[in-house]
Design a protein around this ligand. Structure first.
Ligand SMILES: Cc1cc2nc3c(=O)[nH]c(=O)nc-3n(C[C@H](O)[C@H](O)[C@H](O)COP(=O)(O)OP(=O)(O)OC[C@H]3O[C@@H](n4cnc5c(N)ncnc54)[C@H](O)[C@@H]3O)c2cc1C
Ligand code: SF4
Length: 450
């Protein structure tokens, strides 16, 4: 049965506590910092999409120069505090650490990054000063990681920024999408405040491009526009039974947990989660932590093709989530309007295509799972309608940009999930930096055309 309030207050608090806890003492951080080999040509820095100088910030921690360390991190990544909690480091910086080659535990880079940035945020050290005003004004649409990172770089360079955000809070999916045991809503608010505190950034909430404002207005009132609108809508399964009570979108499910608190969000006894990306893992793990008795991840390909990392899958498995590979949902059956069963096709891998990839093909066999809740996590679809209405060149809603982050409309730039279709926070932060550099080039160096 789907119901809320399944657990005690203490159980909820325990289940949703920090999945990667910080160092307990300063000494523990110093010991870890001193394990670093400070590699020349550091592979960790190369593997960080924002190119944080990892050996430098770790050395600064080792020498107890925390302010310097935070400055090194934030210079490359103004969301370095958030990234230290949410980056899939096993495939980024920590995955590249040379200790892996020696079959030893890699340096806990994210934990050290968290150590320095948390102190900086707690002490509200403002480590950057705005340059004198240039008189230029830029509009940014979307207060997610891409928009905020772009805003911070522009503001640092003396440009006045106005951010238009359709939600009532900033942070984008960091605030509304990422699992509560990785970042809390309070942390996300604090991070947005910390970024905006530099000054020169005016965030206007509850204003939606395409509804409350138009691109033409923004183009008229500002010297340039940056679109960091992310990807929005959950992909539908397009199978019978999708409208039954008990079938929910993963993003909506996670959003409810973050926006309304654990005890208010209803969860079933037997839950099937469709997909195997980070969103699917987060939804499955959180369903279990909300008190579901059985949670099963259903994925149409094999483990070798899964989009999530091994570490993420381990988190779900350790929480008791079951996994069924090579199974494609075929229909959802119900009784009296409510979900009762999920029927899946048994798949097998077909012949390799030109790229060597073997797509799953239906064997004709099926199996049935008894469930009372189905969570759809089959990916997100870009804002195709909005982007089309804005007359911006795109591929199925994914905004097309050139090597200067420019769209087909002069003075309009874009980046983040809206362009790449959905990656990680750290990629969006880098996209925001690239966008800001391109906008400054456009404002101050590019030859003006009539
Ligand atoms: C469930 C889930 C879990 C994830 N977990 C992780 C994780 O653990 N680690 C990780 O690194 N990444 C994770 N990601 C991915 C990460 O959240 C995104 O890659 C990142 O937030 C993208 O940043 P962005 O600024 O491009 O877009 P978004 O974060 O989506 O921000 C876009 C902003 O634009 C606003 N907006 C949209 N349309 C309009 C409009 N018309 N007018 C005004 N404002 C508008 C939105 O409200 C939003 O605030 C996850 C994503 C999801 C969905
Ligand atoms: S931002 Fe992420 S990928 Fe880059 S060094 Fe920090 S934790 Fe690693």
């Amino acid at each position: 049965m789907i119901k809320n309030n399944r657990l005690s207050k203490e159980q909820y608090a325990n289940n949703f506590s920090d999945i990667h806890p910080p160092f307990e003492t300063k000494d523990a951080a110093l010991v870890e910092a001193n394990r670093c080999l400070f590699c020349y040509d550091a592979p960790c820095t190369k593997s960080c999409p924002t190119s944080i100088d990892v050996p430098k910030f770790i050395k600064q921690i080792a020498t107890e120069n925390i302010k310097g360390s935070a400055h090194t991190i934030f210079s490359s990544n103004i969301m370095g505090a958030g990234c230290s909690k949410v980056c899939p480091v096993e495939k980024l910086c920590e995955g590249a650490c040379v200790y892996n080659l020696m079959e030893e535990t890699p340096i806990h880079i994210a934990k050290l990054q968290r150590y320095a940035t948390e102190i900086a945020m707690q002490k509200n050290w403002q480590l950057f000063q705005r340059k004198p005003s240039t008189g230029k004004k830029v509009a940014i649409v979307g207060a997610g990681p891409a928009g905020l990172s772009c805003a911070h770089v522009l503001s640092r360079n003396g440009i006045d920024v106005t951010v238009f955000e359709k939600e009532s809070k900033g942070g984008g999916l960091m605030t509304y999408g990422i699992a509560a045991y990785k970042v809390t809503p309070q942390f996300c608010n604090d991070e947005v405040d910390y970024i905006v505190d530099i000054g020169g950034i005016d965030v206007k909430y509850n204003i939606e491009l395409g509804k409350d404002i138009t691109l033409a207005q923004l183009k008229k009132e500002f010297d340039a526009v940056y679109l960091g609108i992310g990807v929005g809508v959950a992909r539908q399964l397009d199978i019978p039974g999708e409208k039954l009570e008990g079938v929910v979108d993963a993003i909506k499910f996670i959003y409810e947990i973050r926006a309304n608190g654990f005890s208010t969000v209803p969860v079933g006894d037997k839950v099937a989660v469709i997909g195997m990306g980070m969103t699917a893992i987060d939804a499955a793990t959180q369903a279990k932590r909300l008190g579901a008795k059985e949670v099963t991840l259903v994925y149409r390909r094999t483990e070798a093709e899964k989009p999530c990392t091994d570490v993420e899958l381990d988190i779900a498995r350790l929480d008791g989530v079951e996994v069924i590979w090579l199974a494609a949902p075929q229909k959802i059956k119900g009784a009296r309007g409510k979900v009762k069963q999920l029927v899946c096709s048994v798949m097998q891998l077909g012949e390799p295509d030109a790229s060597g990839r073997r797509s799953p093909v239906d064997t004709g066999e099926t199996f049935t799972l008894d469930v009372d809740m189905v969570i759809k996590a089959a990916g997100q679809v870009p804002f195709e309608k909005l982007v089309g209405k804005l007359k911006i060149q795109n591929t199925k809603g994914k905004i097309s940009i050139d090597e200067n982050c420019a769209t087909n409309i002069k003075g309009v730039f874009a980046g983040g999930d809206a362009v790449n279709g959905g990656k990680e926070v750290v990629d969006a932060v880098q996209a925001g930096k690239d966008g800001a550099a391109a906008i400054m080039n456009f404002l101050f160096h590019a030859k003006k055309q009539s």
